[in-house]
Design a protein around this ligand. Structure first.
Ligand SMILES: Nc1nc2c(ncn2[C@@H]2O[C@H](COP(=O)(O)OP(=O)(O)O)[C@@H](O)[C@H]2O)c(=O)[nH]1
Ligand SMILES: [Mg+2]
Length: 199
């Protein structure tokens, strides 16, 4: 059998935003019943038929690297994480739509993974002084995923969608907002597959 092309995708974001649930849903096609703490990094794989049914159809072996931890942690932990950031083909930035801090921290996560998080003085760049051009010239495609859309009250949904649209512009990223866990009347797997054609 011919070997499949391998694509490495990082899944980054604060603890509790739903990274493990998302990766499980994408790779196992089912809801993660009882998510546990992710220690270090866990890798799951999805076999994906790119442009299925067309002459350009090609099968890829997509590795989703779910990197645990906190972005505000000590630099020694960060340098440990740096080993995961080699040879990356894409980054999924995950934030919890009910938690603004998790959205703000995505600036730091992405700059860390793109290896652009230190100024010459070693001071970490926060979203207050980040530069859009740092994302504009990135050759690594970014996808922004907002989770827990089911937890947003109906009258707040438009505000949230406006906020995520600005955020995805900042990152020069595609964006999706979804429900990774189920909610009444909708199975999460079908909801997700409707919304994640690119993945
Ligand atoms: N309501 C709701 N809960 C979610 C959603 N996605 C994840 N969760 C819950 O959020 C919690 C943290 O999820 P987990 O995947 O462990 O987050 P991680 O720390 O980023 O890996 C779990 O209790 C999940 O069931 C979602 O879309 N809606
Ligand atoms: Mg996890």
């Amino acid at each position: 059998m011919a070997s499949l092309d391998r694509v490495k995708v990082l899944v980054l974001g604060d603890s509790g935003v739903g990274k493990s649930s998302l990766v499980h849903l994408l790779c196992q096609n089912q809801v993660l019943g009882n998510p546990s703490w992710t220690v270090g990094c866990s890798v799951d794989v999805r076999v994906h038929d790119y442009k299925e049914g067309t002459p350009e159809e090609k099968t890829y072996y997509i590795e989703l690297w779910d990197v645990g931890g906190s972005v505000g942690c000590a630099s020694s932990l960060k340098s440990t994480r740096a080993v995961f950031y080699n040879s990356v083909n894409g980054i999924v930035l995950v934030h919890d739509l009910t938690n603004k801090k998790s959205s703000q921290n995505l600036y730091r996560w992405s700059l860390e993974a793109l290896n652009k998080d230190s100024s010459p003085t070693g001071v970490i760049v926060s979203n207050g002084d980040y530069d859009r051009e740092q994302f504009a010239d990135s050759s690594v495609p970014l996808l922004l995923i907002g989770t827990k859309f089911d937890q947003i009250p109906e009258n707040k949904k438009n505000d949230v969608l406006t906020r995520t649209a600005f955020l995805s512009e900042d990152f020069n990223a595609e964006e999706l907002n979804l429900v990774v866990q189920g909610y009444p009347g909708r199975t999460p797997a079908s909801f997700c597959s409707d919304n994640v054609p690119q993945l």
